[in-house]
Design a protein. Sequence first.
Length: 144
Amino acid sequence: MGSKWVLSASIWICASAFAAGGHHHGEGQLEIALDGNRLDVNLVAPGADLAGVSTAGNSLLTIDQGGCTGFDVTASEVEVDHGHSDITLTQSFECTRPAAIGGIRVSLFDWAPSLEAVEVVYLSDDTTVATELTPATPVLALDD
Ligand SMILES: [Zn+2]
């Protein structure tokens, strides 16, 4: 029966994707907040995906239009269970024309290749967008 196959498939997905501590290897959470000319980025992902990855010279995002300049990425690590940690990466941008921002690409995927997906929340004065981005679909399109 089809339903039996679906059940066993979902058990397999849980067993392979879930790790101790409640995070999922390969998955991160990304918050992007635009406030005036300042855009703040906060990413939380499993240490397993970011260990050994250098932030030097790298940017979390590539911003289309908007005249945005990125500052250095900073990192902090918190252990969530034995042998498992979450790493938080933060970065700020100064944008001279924030209203002109057309799209935001998650360039993090280029230098943290084991990440398979990020849950993204984008907040500004007049927009809230929540979506999932992946290496195959890394761009958050902002229409206005
Ligand atoms: Zn882990």
